[in-house]
Design a binder for this molecule. Structure first.
Ligand code: BES
Ligand code: MN
Ligand code: ZN
Length: 508
């Protein structure tokens, strides 16, 4: 992995004089600067007041203004005023975007080192400590680049990128703890970068076997045990769901299992992620428009990779197993057909009505395998249904499950890291939609409640006593809008932050 273009550090106020190029200070939409203005050197309060009264900056999100105080003993010499929006509307995402914009502003103005006082105050209930975290995440997130296929110098955006250091202000007393937090966060961000890198790779450059090779590579540097099942082993273990989805492609399927056990007698968490390296739909071929986006159909698996990487690098004292069924869904003379009936590893028979509902087939076998490892909780992540995007758009992932406590825990973790989850019900009535005339179930339930019937299908492969949650990330796994400063176009790495937070705080 490439080095981050943004370096995030902390500096202590008010004891330090600050030696960087400029200091950033927030302004709210009512035209008021944040309280930390009072900490600045001689003359700045009057100067900022003058500028704001003149209306040069109104404090709307996205606005910024560079002020320079010539001569005198003013410390700092240059101030970057940054719009924060309405004070009572600031969210973690606002701060993330501000963090990303700060790095961009520094680059635009040719600054190597930018300080930031925004983290000195509490914003809309978000403590200075958390503010540091959100700003840092945004700075890192916004500076992520996937430019592997851009020949150097060919693209002004990627040509000569220099490193920018962002220094965030914290109180002296809190310094030590914040440094630790920031370190932890950096591991999480790196895990997210890994998930994004994998997600952004196209189908020709990330086949199931190449994904397996990534896992083996990860095991070389980290205390993670990796097992990969090839077709022979999949056959031996009767994983006909994974095999059927992969049989149309000349890139054979794999089941990748990553084990990290550093939690002693503590609980075991199993995390399962769908990795369809490319989903054409198979014989039930998808329409051509936007089909290329189906290279992202392995985002669930990528999140599991990023998560395992993060917890192992931060040496978290937990037990986790990551399971990633990987296959490529293509039509060919070897492909499965609508009407085929397959026996999954669990012994349940499935009538394949639509070969485009392939994620649930590979997850069925992986969930069954997870179950055999006797975990205390199971979470699966999958870009499972277009219906989920219809229901929730790109704002939130859908979460389903029977265990209220589990759903609450996940909801809490998601809220804290800014990965929104919204519950959909798995009422027994929906299960009826999966009835098949010839087998135990069909793989599709029809147009109605598509995200829910996907969840219902999966629910048949877990044991009802183990808390389980299914997260449909179809609408959140990638973002090609370029609308969020902290999210460059492409894979989002959704799930990594959520799972890390969950493993750290909600496992017991
Ligand atoms: N990977 C797709 C789901 C998807 C579609 C995710 C668009 C993100 C954006 C999945 O394999 C799929 O094709 N699902 C079908 C299921 C249907 C046939 C029941 C779908 O959503 O159309
Ligand atoms: Mn599909
Ligand atoms: Zn798919």
């Amino acid at each position: 992995m490439k080095k981050d273009p943004a370096i995030v550090k902390l500096f202590a106020v008010p004891t330090d004089r600050w030696p960087g190029d400029a200091l950033a200070l927030g302004v709210y939409e009512n035209g008021k600067p944040q309280k930390a203005l009072a900490r600045l050197g001689e003359g700045w309060a009057e100067e900022v007041d003058r500028v704001l009264t003149a209306g040069w900056l109104r404090g709307k999100e996205g606005e910024s203004l560079l002020l320079s105080m010539a001569g005198g003993a003013s410390d700092p010499r240059v101030l970057l005023l940054v719009g924060l929006g309405k004070a009572d509307a600031i969210t973690p995402l606002t701060l993330e975007n501000v963090g990303a914009r700060l790095v961009k502003a520094a680059a635009t103005h040719g600054m190597a080192k930018l300080g930031c006082l925004i983290s000195m105050d509490r914003h809309n209930g978000i403590s200075p400590g958390r503010c540091v975290e959100h700003l840092a995440e945004g700075a890192w997130g916004g500076s992520y680049r996937f430019d592997r296929f851009k020949t150097k110098g060919n693209d002004s955006e990627n040509g000569h990128q220099k490193t920018i250091t962002l220094e965030l202000a914290v109180k002296e007393k809190k310094m030590e703890r914040m440094v630790q937090k920031l370190e932890r966060l950096h591991h999480v961000c790196n895990g997210r970068f890994l998930a994004q890198n994998l997600g952004n790779l196209p189908g020709n450059l990330l086949t199931p076997e190449m994904l397996a090779a990534e896992a083996r590579k990860m095991a070389e540097d980290l205390p993670i045990q990796v097992t990969v099942w090839n077709e022979k082993e999949l056959k031996k273990n009767r994983m006909n769901g994974i095999l059927a989805v992969g049989q149309g492609s000349s890139n054979p399927p794999r089941l990748i299992v990553m084990e990290y056990r550093q939690g002693g007698e503590g609980p075991l968490l199993a995390v399962v992620g769908k990795a369809v390296t490319f989903d054409s739909g198979g014989i039930s071929l998808k329409p051509g428009a936007k089909m290329e986006e189906m290279k992202f159909d392995m985002a669930g698996g990528a999140a599991v990779f990023g998560f395992m990487h993060a917890i192992a690098s931060m040496k978290l004292k937990v037990n986790c197993i990551g399971l990633v069924p990987a296959a490529e869904n293509l039509p060919s003379g070897h492909a499965q057909r609508p009407g085929d009936v397959i026996e999954t590893a669990s012994g349940q028979w499935v009538e394949v009505i639509n070969t485009d509902a392939e994620g649930r087939l590979i997850l069925a076998d992986a969930l069954h395998h997870a179950r055999s490892l006797a975990p205390d909780m199971i979470i699966d992540l999958a870009t499972l249904t277009g219906a989920c995007v219809i229901a929730l758009g790109h704002e939130a992932s859908a979460v389903m499950g029977f265990n209220k406590k589990m759903l609450r825990k996940l909801g809490r973790a998601g809220k804290r890291v800014g990965e929104k989850l919204w519950p959909l019900p798995l009422f027994p009535g929906y299960q009826e939609l999966l009835k098949s005339t010839v087998a135990d179930m069909k793989n599709v339930g029809g147009r109605d409640a598509g995200a829910i019937t996907g969840g219902c299908f999966l629910s048949r492969f877990i044991d009802k006593k183990t808390p389980w949650a299914h997260i449909d990330i179809a609408g959140t796994a990638w973002d090609l809008s370029g609308k969020k400063p902290s999210q460059p176009k492409g894979a989002t790495g959704v799930g990594v932050r959520l799972l890390c937070r969950f493993a750290e705080k909600e496992l017991l």
